[in-house]
Design a protein around this ligand. Structure first.
Ligand code: C5P
Length: 235
């Protein structure tokens, strides 16, 4: 079996504030995307990484990948992304050569996921799960609300799901290739992760333990945290 990783990196990163596309912003001097690619290539099982670049940034991303040392056993492809994360993942899947039967989908915005988490996801797919997501229990209690139209308006609470049964999901999410391709062909409508498309096909999705360091860099404070994690690793 061969495993490939698709990295959607075509988002603008609006919540992070003004500047370059999120994946190209530096963490301790190295673009977030390069950290994310290295995190996938760190797994001995991953022999191909497909980066889905901002549509107008494909040459720049190619240059970037050429400029950074990556393991020799790993091949790379760069393809342009789409309007939504979902479309970007689809573009990556369309570029996947034959022979790869396990596919990981990993957000460029989770640059620090440890290799043990990547390997645990691959292992669970190899063990037969059609879709696998790394996830962590929640620290916060979560409430479902009736969203207000105007920002700042108090929102009525609809329900409080039992916290012990909730998980915050991360990436890489792992799939049997056929399953993910079929999900992208049949499921329409907005989704925020790939596994939920497989759930809609009625197939079993399982959760394995995620890792604190697989957090998503979304807001400015996350950049501070990511740089602190990197500094600690270098000690
Ligand atoms: O916006 P969000 O944080 O959910 O984005 C998750 C990942 O999806 C990021 O790595 C982002 O670059 C990617 N993305 C993409 N194409 C889009 C939107 C987001 O590849 N059109």
């Amino acid at each position: 079996t061969r495993t490939a990783a698709v990295i959607p990196a075509a988002g603008r990163g609006v919540r992070l504030g003004p500047g370059a596309p999120k994946a190209l912003r530096a963490l301790n001097g190295t673009p977030m995307l390069i950290h994310a690619v290295r995190a996938m290539a760190a797994s001995r099982a991953v022999s191909l990484v497909i980066v889905v670049a901002p549509p107008d940034g494909t040459p720049e991303v190619k240059t970037l990948l050429d400029a950074h040392a990556l393991p020799e056993r790993t091949d790379f492809l760069v393809v342009p992304g789409g309007e939504s994360r979902q479309e970007s993942v689809k573009q990556g899947l369309d570029a996947l050569p034959p022979g790869y039967d396990i596919v990981l989908v990993h957000d460029a915005a989770r640059p620090l996921v440890p290799v043990d988490t990547v390997d645990a996801v691959i292992e669970a797919v190899r063990d037969g799960a059609p879709a696998v997501v790394p996830a962590l229990p929640l620290a916060d209690t979560v409430k479902e609300v009736e969203p207000a139209d105007a920002p700042g308006t108090p929102e009525p609470v609809v329900a409080t799901p039992e916290r012990a049964r909730l998980r915050a999901v991360q990436t890489p999410q792992g799939f049997h290739r056929e399953t993910l391709v079929r999900a992208h062909e049949t499921v329409t409508g907005e989704v925020t992760d790939d596994a939920s498309m497989v759930e809609r096909l009625g197939l079993g999705v399982v959760v394995v333990p995620g890792h604190e360091e697989a957090f998503k860099v979304t807001r400015p404070l996350d950049l501070v945290l990511a740089e602190a994690v990197l500094a600690r690793r270098r000690l």
